[in-house]
Design a binder for this molecule. Sequence first.
Ligand code: ARG
Length: 459
Amino acid sequence: MAQLWGGRFTKETDQLVYNFNASISFDQKFYKQDIKGSIAHATMLGETGIITKEESDKIIEGLKGILSDVEEGKLEISPKYEDIHSFVEATLIDRIGDTGKKLHTGRSRNDQVALDMKLYTRDEVVAIKELLKELMTTLHNLMKENLDTYMPGFTHLQKAQPVTFAHHVGAYMEMFKRDFDRLSDIYDRMNYCPLGAGALAGTTYPLDRKLTADLLDFYGPTLNSMDSVSDRDYVIELLSALSTICMHLSRFSEEIIIWNSNEYQFIELDDSYSTGSSIMPQKKNPDIAELVRGKTGRVYGALVSILTTMKGIPLAYNKDMQEDKELTFDAIDTVKGCIALFNGMISTMRLNKENMKVSAMKGFTNATDAADYLVKNGVPFRDAHGIIGQLVLYCIDNNKAIEELSLEELQKISPVFKDDIYDAISLKTCVEKRNTIGAPGPEAMKQVIKINEEFLKNI
Ligand code: ARG
C-alpha cells in the first residue's frame, strides 16, 4: 500500500478496502495525460511565482524523465500505488527530493482526475475521427465504383424498388458523416480545462487557469469549480456517440451477413476476413461482421452504466465517479477495433454484381414504375395502383415478370399500355430516371459524391 494521505489516520487501511478503492490497475492507462497535466500545472506554478522558476524546471525535468522511462520500459507502473496520480507524484519525490512535494500545490486529485479523463477522451475522440475518415474513404470509393451496380432496395426485407450498390452504401456514408460531426461537436463542448478547480472550491493561490488551459490546448478554463470536478457529461455524450456508431456498424454488419449468405450471394467476404468451422468443412463464416454486431451490446452497456452511476450523485466529487474509467476505456477500444476491422472487411469483399442485378429484376421491383407509366398516360395514381396490383397477381399465376408479358396480355388488363412500356419499366430506366436529390439515379448520385468529396477533403 502506498498512499498520498494517512496523517489523520490511526490505523492501517484494511487490505480488502485498499484493493476495492485502488484504481491503478486501470487508470495507469492515462499515465501520459497525467504527466502532461502535471507539467502544465508546474509550468503555471513557476510562471505565477507560486513556486520558483528553478523548482518548476526541476519538477518538469523530473516528470519528463518519468514519462520517457515509462515509455521505454525502464520504469514499471507499480500496482502498490493507489492510483496513477500517486504513482507519478511519489516517483517524482523519490527522484528529485523535496521539490517534488510542491507539485500538488493548489491542486487536488479531483481536478487532476477530471483533467486526465478529459485529456484521454479528447485524444481518443481525435483517433476515432481518424478511423471514421478511413472508413468513409472506403465507402466513398465503393460509391464511385458502383453507380450502375443494380440491386434491389428493400423495405420489410421484401424487395421494393431497384437501387444501386452505390446508393445503398451512400446511406451508410450519411450515417458516418453524422457520427463524425457528432464527435466534432462533443470535442468543442468538452474542450474546457477543469484544472485549478481544486477539490471543489478553487484555491486561494493565485493560479493562472487561463495559462494552464492554453498550455494544454483547451479553449479556456471551466467556469464553475464544483461542476468542473463532477462533470462527466462529455463521457456520457461520447459513449452515446460511440453507441450510435456501433448501431450503424451493426446494421451494416447484418446486411453484410445477409448478402454473404448462400441464399443471397450478393457479396463474398475475403478468406482473410472469414473463419471456418471445426466440424463442417464447407463453412466460411462471417464472424467479423457478427462480432461487430455483437460488440454493440458492450458499448450500449457502458452508456447505460455511466448514466446510472451519475444519476444520484450529489455535488461535487464522489468516488462513484471512479467507475467512469473501465467502461469508457473498454467502449473506446471496442469501437476502434470494430471500425478498423469493418473497414478491412468491406475493402476486401468481392461484389457479385450479376447476382445483385438478377435479384433486382425479380420480385416486381418495377411495379411502382409500371404504375407511374399509367399515371403519366392519364390514369389517376390510385387506379393505376389497382391495375398494377392485378397485373402482379396475373404474373404470379403465370410465373412471369411484368416485362415478360406480351403487349396483348398487358392491354387485356389496361388498354393504356403501349409499346414504350417495356423501356419505361426496364431496370436501367427505373434507376436512371430517379434523379431527385438523394435518389439512386446517376446524376443525383454524382452530385452527392461531389459533396462527399469536399467533406472528406475538409476533415
Ligand atoms: N481514482 C480517483 C478517480 O478515478 C481519483 C480521484 C480521487 N479523489 C479522491 N478524493 N479520492 O476518480
